[in-house]
Ligand binder design. Structure first.
Ligand SMILES: *Cc1c(COP(=O)(O)O)cnc(C)c1O
Length: 363
């Protein structure tokens, strides 16, 4: 049996009627930019998260940059972020004109380590960008005196002590890239905030800095979500809670099946309910395991192969191998197994059998 890493075609087939109706509605109306679909999705997603405001935008990278700018980031302000995140996170900090300040991550959850953050922090550090990686929940409590911005691109619906991620920071960025837990059929993003002034700035920043037509109140650019994507997202949002639950069921099945293997599984922070955007395991034999799984027809991925301080584009930060050892080790050993809501029980069993087979164990 072959097991694909994602199944966006199955996702569409399961929601076809609602999505086709949403697309037809937008085409028939003939209004494509910042209309009632965007407004309706913003209201629905704010309700889902339990936040006061959601401002949709073009993608998750710009959502992070917009969140930082709307929260008051000035040129030269430092933003703490974890070294094991994906490139768009650091790209967004630079897009906002801010200065990235990397720190290491907790070896259990692979999210920002407050002790490392405290060591890296300088007098210029004003923001901490907590990345809720893999659908888990990063520490949102222990960094005093800094403005918290959340990166929720992998954590739509994950909660900490009953509250959704996206409700903890001054502002929180979401991506609706097609493979995210809530995905558009193209690019999309949003920023959530409880602060009405931040929301107002976001609405200006995402459209040329306009406070009204042709009047630039501040410097902005074009980062709009279009009506088609908003209508598709509204059609898909009602399925998100059940899909997150299905992801948790599959992850629990993997957790149980791999408990006795020499694999390091992801830890969950106390009080957190994750949404299992990805299912990473860690092993020194990552590349051999990956090749074995490919030979068994199981598609895998690496999130992420290179820590941010070792990316050529960010050599100017002056950080070297050895500076963030937990992030470096994670990048060298991590492998994501297939996990998505359309994955069948039989497919999950095939993944389990293939992984156990690699270690010479019966399924
Ligand atoms: C996907 C992702 C982003 C970037 O989102 P885009 O919509 O692709 O720009 C940022 N941060 C994290 C953690 C992501 O997973």
């Amino acid at each position: 049996m072959s097991v694909a890493f994602a199944a966006l075609d199955a996702d569409y087939q399961g929601k076809k009627e609602r999505i086709d109706a949403a697309v037809a509605r937008v085409l028939a109306r003939g209004w494509f930019i910042l209309g009632e679909e965007v407004a309706a999705f913003e209201a629905a997603f704010a309700g889902f998260l339990g936040v006061a405001h959601v401002v949709a935008c073009a993608n998750g990278t710009e959502a992070i940059a917009l969140a930082l700018l709307a929260a008051g980031a000035e040129p030269g302000d430092e933003v703490l972020l974890p070294a094991n995140a994906c490139v768009p996170v650091i790209a967004a900090v630079r897009l906002a004109g801010a200065q990235p300040r990397l720190c290491d991550v907790d070896p259990g959850t692979l999210t920002l380590d407050p002790a490392s953050a405290a060591r890296e922090r300088t007098a210029a550090t004003r923001f901490v960008l907590a990345v809720h990686l893999y659908g888990g929940v990063a520490d949102v409590e222990t960094l005093d005196g800094l403005t918290l911005i959340e990166d929720c691109a992998q954590s739509h619906g994950a909660t900490f002590r009953g509250r959704s991620t996206g409700g903890f920071g001054r502002a929180a960025a979401f991506s609706f890239y097609p493979t995210k837990n809530l995905g558009a059929y193209g690019d999309g993003g949003a920023v959530a905030t409880d602060d009405a002034r931040v929301a107002e700035r976001l609405r200006q920043l995402r459209q040329y800095g306009w406070s009204r037509r042709d009047h630039a109140e501040r410097e902005g650019w074009n980062s709009r979500l279009d009506e088609l994507q908003a209508a598709i997202l509204s059609a898909k949002l009602p399925f998100l809670a059940a899909e997150n639950e299905r992801r948790r069921e599959l992850a629990a099945r993997y957790d149980a099946a791999f408990a006795d293997l020499p694999l390091r599984l992801l830890a969950t922070r106390e009080g957190a309910v994750p949404v299992r955007h990805l299912y990473p395991v860690r092993t020194e034999q990552r590349d051999a395991l990956r090749a074995h799984l490919a030979a068994c027809g199981v598609e895998t991925a690496v999130h992420y192969p290179t820590p941010l301080h070792l990316q050529p584009a960010y050599a100017f930060l002056g950080r070297v191998r050895g500076d963030f050892p937990v992030s470096e080790a994670a990048c060298d050993t991590v492998l994501s197994l297939p996990l998505h809501p359309a994955l069948s029980g039989d497919q999950a069993e095939a993944v389990i059998a293939a992984v156990r087979g690699f270690f010479g164990e019966q399924p």
